[in-house]
Design a protein around this ligand. Sequence first.
Ligand code: ATP
Ligand code: MG
Length: 433
Amino acid sequence: MFRHEEQPQARYVSIPRNEHNISRKDISENALKVLYRLNKQGYEAYLVGGCIRDLLLGKKPKDFDITTNATPEQIQKIFRNCRLVGRRFRLAHIMFGKEIIEVATFRGEHDDQNAQTNICKRSQSGMLLRDNVYGTIEQDAMRRDFTMNALYYDVKDFTLRDYCHGLQDLKNGIIRLIGDPQTRYREDPVRMLRTVRFAAKLNMNIEPSTAQPIKALAPLLKNIPSARLFDESLKLLQTGYGFKTYSLLREYHLFEQLFPIIERLFTQNHNSNLDKIIEQVLKNTDYRISNNQRVNPAFLFAVFFWYPIMEQTQLTCVESGLQFHDSFSMAINDVLSEQCRIIAIPRRLTSIMGDIWRLQLRMKKREGKRAFAILEHPKFRAAYDLLEMRASIEKGELLDLAKWWDEFQYAPVEKRIAMVKQLSKTNRRKVKR
Ligand code: ATP
Ligand code: MG
């Protein structure tokens, strides 16, 4: 049975090695090196967070996070390959080639005294703008988001420490915020996104009081820097559980905060072209990830915003009397600039998205040398994939166009030349008639 140990400030459950399934061979060697070195220098150090949660669930952890009572500066003195990062949270990154082991100092509690100081700062809505108060492991556990994320592994004796009944929640498949949910979401509204992300990824239930405040507090996401929301949006949509996560984001009114341009065009019964294409691209993305195929966020976002751009183009045509092509370019600019204020999609991606969109128009005109030039375009394949999705949704002429491009791209050169010639003939006949 579990051994209860009395601590000066908090009680935790200690789970010995023979009562849990975490083995050293499942832990990154680099993470072990960091733990051993910190211990050797006289510091406490534990594996914590997602890696422990995932190992307990029999999943492969994405990364290994460490927490310690050494300060970032003390950590830096011990490791040559160390870089200090972060402002809101100061952290040490220990670099081992491609692998980065993140080492955080135990977080402490913030009280009113240090609430407006250099080490800790809150905004009007209760959001923590800076959170660099260091503390004890007990305080650190209370500062974590979910009970299942507050489990600590001690490599000295291979025990697990459970401060918030996380193990029980993990076993029961319950996502539960530590502390008062309202306060915890106000401190960091991104926790609302993490709630639904873990619910989808781990196929777990959100405990009612953890779920309850989300709809009302969702607008607080407006206060989150757009660069952070870009990172979060990829974790939400491009890590293998995108469709399920998206459904939860909509259920909890979080999607409209991240993608208001899209939300505005959704229909009541979920059957618009936009509803359908988003569902399809997310399911395809999940499928590709489950097959270890590469995914590109530029394609995902290009699909997300295709119909909104078309809609905006029509509107600009009517309102400003501009030609279709000019309205289309304006629509691209308008949609991207509105969206990037919320989620900072980097330029290297928006430029690919622009290519994919413009190719949708170019792919309609195939005569002469055009089709051959389009085929050479580096983004042809992505553009074709979008065309095919649109065709499967819109049907009609678009189906013929997608079929033509499907044949053309795989045909030998002579056949391609013949296909283009055939097009010109058909077109001439159409004109005569
Ligand atoms: P994954 O890496 O699989 O996405 P994770 O739980 O490891 O999941 P990280 O972002 O790597 O997520 O964070 C590591 C740990 O830090 C978490 O398990 C949690 O204990 C703590 N944490 C992360 N973000 C927050 C937050 N916004 N508020 C409170 N604690 C957090
Ligand atoms: Mg992690």
